[in-house]
Design a protein around this ligand. Sequence first.
Ligand code: BGC
Length: 429
Amino acid sequence: MAFDQKQFDDIIREFTVDSDALHTIAADFRYDLRMGLKDPDQSSLRMLKSYVGLPTGEEKGEYLALDFGGTNVRVLRIRLDGHGKFEVLKKVAKPLRVEGIYDYVGEGSTAEQMFDFIAELVDEAVEGDHETKYLLGHTFSFPSEQTDLYNAKLIIWTKEFATAGVEGKVVNDLLKEALHRQGIDNVEPTAVINDTVAVLLAAAYKQPDTFIGSIYATGHNTCYLEPYADTADEPMILNLESGGFMKLVPNRYDVAFDEKSEKPGEQRLEKMVSGRYMGELFGMALADLLGESGKAYGFTSIDMSNIVLDEEDDDAGIRKIVAGRTGHELDKETCEQVRKLVSTLIVRSARLVTASYVGIIWQLDGEAKPRKQHIAIDGSVYEKMPLAKENIMRALYELLGEEAANVDTVLENGGSGLGAAIAAAMSQN
Ligand code: BGC
């Protein structure tokens, strides 16, 4: 039996961003950008200074890159050969949490434990060599207040991290201390950047005309090159922490989810668009439709991808995923509704993200004619989630009209590591 049609239609409507709303959100985003440049307290965007501009392409040499932005931490040894060329010489990666074995991201864990674990990874990346000097670039993908390229204090954990003793601290000091505890004094952390900044640096190292960098994955955020960040200074990349953008109308699922999240009231845009949350929102709506309101089934964004991609005649894939998570067997009509609900959530996500990109483009170029440019994006939702890319393009055209032909999006895969190495190289200037 299909879901109640009225209830279903209401839910779809609540997750739909129509053209008017799309325009309003892009304009509001631009407004917050403009206000934020004058006084960040007047804006829901944090507009964090990165103390770095775009690379020249001449950056060369061997560096260490620490990519710390989600539960999987990576350390890379990278040789930069200039003008977009580079080679990864060594790569080690480990999760910060393994269910039932260890957990460095939960409430019970401490900064020392977490950074000791990371220092061990650095040791693996240098293969126990405690002699050769290395500069280390650190992509730290959480909102951080910087005073220079080295000094970044974590403002607040996002993405449901809760490790004690890191908020308010200079993260590279914590890293340095941990390296020292393990006798790795030849590795010198010199730069901290956000992952969006890393994506922009990596993309701009390869091709000019890239001014916006974005992550569209477990978390979501965007940065851009601001020509007038600091009156007399060179152009500087600003990390908007756009996941915190607030001028959006949350629906009842957004509100209910926010209330039970680690940080209620924070990260409104991120909670409406990113991979970490989409599956949960879908599950909440489905629970209502299945008459089990309030149940959390643990759907993930990967489940959502698989639901959209299921091409079997009898929707066997959808049935299996839904039965596995909820215990309910669906008929054909209901599978269609489930597919529609999932698509609607993905389309909403892509449209909201695009509105933020266009807000930046309007701020930089005015509304008349955006310059020719690439928006560099990294992340599993952008790369792998069906419907995401095409709906970004569609929304770009909806907002920019024909001028959208000047703008394209490019996948900057693995930009976090490369960007960190470039930042380490730039830290010598
Ligand atoms: C963080 C950002 C980060 C984004 C993508 C958000 O939760 O606040 O700093 O860029 O996730 O990783």
